[in-house]
Design a protein around this ligand. Sequence first.
Ligand SMILES: [Fe+2]
Length: 185
Amino acid sequence: MSGSLKLVDADGIFTVFQNYGDRHYGENVTELEHALQTAEFARQFGETDNIVLSCLLHDFGHMMHDLGEDIAQQGVDAKHEVVGATLLKDMFPESILEPIRQHVTAKRYLCWKVPVYTEGLSDSSRLSLQLQGGPMTDEEAQTFEANPHYDACVRVRRYDDMGKVPDMPTADLESYRSLIEKYLL
Ligand SMILES: [Fe+2]
């Protein structure tokens, strides 16, 4: 990642997608395709704007580390959810950031809450789950449910899991400009 990159507006975000969005996400889609699909599904299901925007940006941190594309296969958890939320923290409110920060936690939660959910995870999500701590404990789940953004976190996670469809047509990045600008601090 460039140390001089300034993330201040929609163009800054688009530049990151343009420069790094062709990274392989791990399920026959690129990072850009995965982001657009995740947001597209949220739109199709009539989600609120903040959920759609969190979906678009949830894996922003994946594009901003230099640990390689097959990081989970190397047995390393890059904490991309924290990296992404931290990079974006001066740009957006917590309603956008928290679902980004918690989308891995939400996977661990859903594995606790809905045991069959684990079976529906993609291969790479199941692999990374082990690196991320596996399903939550009862105590962790209670704490997570008390998070004021809990519902949004789980919703974003559901669309994240859907957004892995090879060659799916989607709206382009530019179609999210006004949404980004709506939430910019
Ligand atoms: Fe994702």
